[in-house]
Design a protein around this ligand. Structure first.
Ligand code: F6P
Length: 503
């Protein structure tokens, strides 16, 4: 349920916004996306994450590929392996069942599975999943410190299988596994050589890269170039989730996405949840000049949802160039940020209530909690409703004065109100509802990208830093002092690092 009654709009504005969506061709571009047209024009690719959740009896052939058959063939293989691992039939190199799964990936190959794993942790059974993304070796070290290699499975999650951070982490995972199985597990020779096949899976579109790394092709679960990294949690990238919650619940997760896809395709624009949220965002970003947008879940299970949305939204719509290559002449994607609600209340809500910036926010609550210790859930929901009320209606100086507050403090205790929020209330945090929630935001981002005229499915803005880092690596690792040709600031930083590090 989306309540958007606390927004800064009236009927005229709303009518004009809906007309804007029509004029910008939201409907037409939606049809083009679902049909598999190459709407990702800078990479000449279809954009078909929606095909990942089509039911098996649907049909869609794109660029000569029977997309639905391929998706379900992969799902079937994932299901088979997930059941074997979950039941204990799949054993590691020393014959022990797998108890810990470590997903090694970054960006879309990390944030989605991690966020949903946390969101659905009430659904998980014996297996524990861990997520290593940062190339900082501390991340891997702290994750593996208390794990036993004999019962650990690594999922190397990388669409391209070339991402520097993930490849570095995958190699150190392999070294840790083999060293542990050799020393504590007593394995050697062929048994040790065969261990990678029993402890590593790959989730990727790059079969050659996976084979070169040494992962058994039978343990590779593929997807396709028409699935963007940040839109991939419902592809093979979700393997950790399927292992944790089981194939049936994973099916429900996919069904939730599909339900929202259908709503998005068929509901009239003015009653279409992703369109409504997209248009409100346009109103605030382009007409009222609000620069940021907060996502504030009142559910601990959704603690990583804001981080997930940062990639989904900012990597999609943080663009200054239009589809035709010309520069935009309007603002595009807002800065997305947030934290679980009640924690935020005691930290940054001061600014949201009384700061000079207006921060439109999505407040997300769950009506029926998975657990309710000491009736605390009503307390949580009371805070949720109170914050939305306070932000919208504030407190006037007269109301403050009427409480007998001294004149000197009246302004300090006054709240302007008119700070807009959406309220999303989920009946329960089920796999299906989490799928709906993700698809809601995917399509919101799509609607906004369409109106802004940008390609929401490329991410050229991440490339320059990667390219420069590749050049700097040898300048840090070389024994001899390198000949530095950066700007003066960067040269000085590299020299400082080389001179002060202790090795
Ligand atoms: O650098 C950004 C990015 O390409 C994201 O779009 C992507 O989700 C992430 O890196 C990881 O990429 P991969 O799955 O290919 O390792």
């Amino acid at each position: 349920m989306l309540d958007f009654s606390k927004n800064l709009i009236d009927d005229d504005i709303w009518g004009a916004l809906v007309a804007l969506a029509e004029a910008a061709g939201v409907r037409e571009r939606t049809s083009a996306m679902f049909a598999g047209e190459h709407i990702n024009n800078t990479e000449d690719r279809a954009v078909l994450h929606t095909a990942l959740r089509l039911p098996a009896d649907a049909s869609l052939t794109v660029d000569g590929q029977d997309v639905v058959a391929d998706v379900h063939e992969t799902l079937g293989r994932m299901r088979h392996v997930a059941e074997a691992v979950r039941s204990g039939a799949w054993t590691g190199a020393t014959g022990q069942p797998i108890r810990n799964v470590v997903n090694v990936g970054i960006g879309g190959s990390d944030l989605g599975p991690l966020m949903v794993y946390r969101a659905l942790s009430d659904y998980r059974e014996d297996l524990t999943c861990h997520f290593v993304s940062n190339v900082d070796p501390t991340h891997m070290h702290e994750t593996l410190r208390f794990l036993d290699p004999a019962e650990t499975m690594f999922l190397i999650a990388s669409k391209t299988f070339t991402t520097q951070e993930t490849m570095a982490n995958a190699n150190s995972a392999k070294a840790w596994l083999l060293a542990g199985l050799e020393s504590a597990g007593g394995l050697s020779g062929a048994d040790l050589d065969g261990a990678v096949a029993k402890h590593f899976m790959a989730l990727s579109t790059n079969a050659e890269g996976v084979a070169a790394f040494g992962i058994d092709p039978n343990n590779m679960f593929g997807f396709w170039d028409w699935v963007g990294g940040r839109y991939s949690v419902d592809s093979a990238i979700g393997m950790s989730l399927m292992l944790a919650i089981g194939p049936e619940e994973f099916d429900q997760f996919l069904a939730g996405f599909h339900e929202m896809d259908q709503h998005f395709q068929t509901a009239p624009l003015a009653e279409n949840l992703p369109v409504i949220m997209g248009l409100l965002g346009i109103w605030y970003r382009n007409f009222l000049d609000f620069e940021t947008h907060a996502v504030l879940p009142y559910s601990q299970y959704l603690e990583r949802f804001p981080a997930y949305l940062q990639q989904l939204d900012m990597e999609s719509n943080g663009k200054s160039t239009k589809l035709d290559g010309s520069p935009v002449d309007h603002e595009t994607g807002p800065i997305i940020w947030g934290e679980p609600g009640t924690n935020g209340q005691h930290a940054f809500y001061q600014l949201i209530h009384q700061g000079t910036s207006v921060v439109p926010a999505d407040l997300i609550g769950v009506v029926n909690p998975a657990n309710d210790v000491g009736g605390q859930h009503d307390l949580l929901m009371a805070n949720l409703f109170a914050q939305a009320e306070a932000l919208a209606f504030g407190k006037t100086g007269e109301e403050v004065e009427a409480q007998g507050i001294s004149v000197a403090l009246v302004n300090h205790k006054t709240f302007s109100g008119n700070r807009p929020t959406n309220m999303i209330l989920a009946d329960e945090l089920t796999p299906g509802i989490v799928g709906q929630l993700i698809a809601l935001y995917e399509h919101k981002v799509f609607v906004q990208g369409t109106i802004w005229g940008v390609n929401s499915f490329d991410q050229w803005g991440v490339e320059l830093g990667k390219e420069l880092a590749r050049g700097i690596v040898p300048e840090l690792t070389s024994d001899a002092d390198p000949d530095l040709n950066h700007d003066g600031s960067t040269n000085a930083l590299i020299n400082h690092y080389r001179a002060t590090r202790r090795r």
